[in-house]
Design a protein around this ligand. Structure first.
Ligand code: DAH
Length: 376
């Protein structure tokens, strides 16, 4: 190995690299944006760059000079890389500044009119019902849309071949829940059963559960379809069970509800004897409504509005509640029907068509409070 002068080698290498460094750094500074900088990076650090060539050549250098020259070439690579990052940071910041000033909002500009969302009349009715019964101490309960036929019929005192089953043109599913047939619930009355079973289970542990006082709004299904019937519709069920609940409670509760809901303080309400398998006695409830004008609370006509009654002892017993100790009342209301009546709508079908023009007309502002009798 021949002797070398390290200082001279270093000076020689330095004199070669210095112009390259100066050229590269000025190129980087000239890159006007991030895309230009990227092109520049490929040019100065990429495989075809002068620097890459110099680094590749390190292997062919005389061994004695190699460490000195290689160190300087690697140092140059470091310098260029870090200058590149610095420049990139600067350009990114500049790009952000440009974007921020372009996207600046004028918060004093007037509000752009937005198509505001509205509350669907059915949701509104449910809210009103919950508000009215909530004020009477009821709570809201829900149950599944898919039931089995014991919850929907059997437990409600509607045995297998009872004509009431046929009246309900039910959607049966090709499925079973356990051994029982599955179906889309034809009424919300099935939730009475679920509630009473839970209550009886709690009582069986020795606890004294609160008396039952619930409403059950929800979807219901029957296979019929015309101007006043939809295969999917809505009901609200009510159930009150306690030791001394009487028909007087049923009447008072429903009269108060109907007067508050229709916003007619002296609304005439009539109770008519009727028949439901799950109540005894059973009552249909009518309200005063002028047939010609449609005005609720006026004229001398009656309109049937809901079904109700004292819960049948068989139903209580089916749920494990002793009918000698407990009794109560139940009712079922068609939500869609009372909605169209209250708002003077001619037809039930638009409720489910989701035509925005109709919704814009009949929908409710989310912030407008429910306008009910006595401000509930
Ligand atoms: N389930 C009945 C129906 O869908 C409505 C009904 C009537 C419910 C009387 C009740 C009731 O709870 O007591 O037609």
């Amino acid at each position: 190995m021949s002797e070398i002068d390290p200082a001279a080698v270093e000076a020689d290498e330095f004199s070669k690299l210095a112009p390259l460094q100066a050229a590269v750094l000025s190129k980087l500074n000239e890159a006007a944006d991030l895309a230009a900088l990227e092109t520049c990076r490929v040019e100065v650090l990429g495989k075809a760059s002068e620097l890459a060539g110099l680094l590749k050549d390190v292997g062919r250098l005389p061994p004695a000079e190699r460490p000195i020259r290689a160190a300087l070439r690697n140092a140059l690579k470091e310098t260029i890389s870090s200058a590149l990052e610095t420049r990139r940071g600067g350009l990114e910041e500049a790009a952000l500044t440009v974007r921020l000033s372009a996207e600046r909002m004028d918060i004093s500009a007037p509000v752009r009119p937005e198509p505001a969302g509205l509350i669907h009349p059915i949701s509104r009715t449910m809210e009103e019902i919950a508000a009215i019964f909530g004020a009477m101490g009821f709570s809201v309960k829900e149950g599944p849309d898919v039931e089995d036929d014991w919850f929907a019929f059997g437990a409600l005192n509607i045995p297998g071949h009872h004509p009431a089953r046929a009246m309900m043109d039910t959607f049966y599913l090709n499925a079973k829940i356990g051994e029982r047939r599955a179906l889309l619930r034809p009424h919300t009355s099935s939730v009475q059963i679920r509630t009473m079973l839970e209550w009886a289970k709690a009582e069986a542990t020795g606890a004294t559960p609160e008396p039952i006082r619930i409403i059950v709004p929800g979807r219901t299904f029957r296979s019929d379809h015309d101007a006043t019937h939809s295969p999917m519709f809505h009901q609200v069920e009510g159930l009150v069970i306690g030791r001394d609940i009487t028909l007087a409670h049923l009447k008072g509760c429903l009269i108060d509800f109907l007067r508050a809901f229709f916003n007619v303080p002296d609304l005439p309400v009539r109770f008519r004897a009727s028949y439901f398998p799950f109540t005894e006695p059973s009552l249909e409830v009518d309200i005063g409504r002028d047939r010609k004008s449609g005005e609720i609370g006026a004229g001398s006509d009656w309109l049937e509005i809901l079904g109700s009654g004292m819960v049948h002892p068989n139903v209580l017993a089916n749920c494990g509640i002793d009918p000698r100790e407990y009794q109560g009342f139940a009712f079922g209301v068609g939500i869609d029907r009372i909605t169209i009546l209250k708002h003077g709508m001619a037809d039930m079908r638009p409720l489910f068509e989701n035509d925005v023009r109709w919704l814009r007309h009949y929908g409710f502002s989310p912030l407008a409070p429910a306008n009910l009798h006595e401000g509930i």
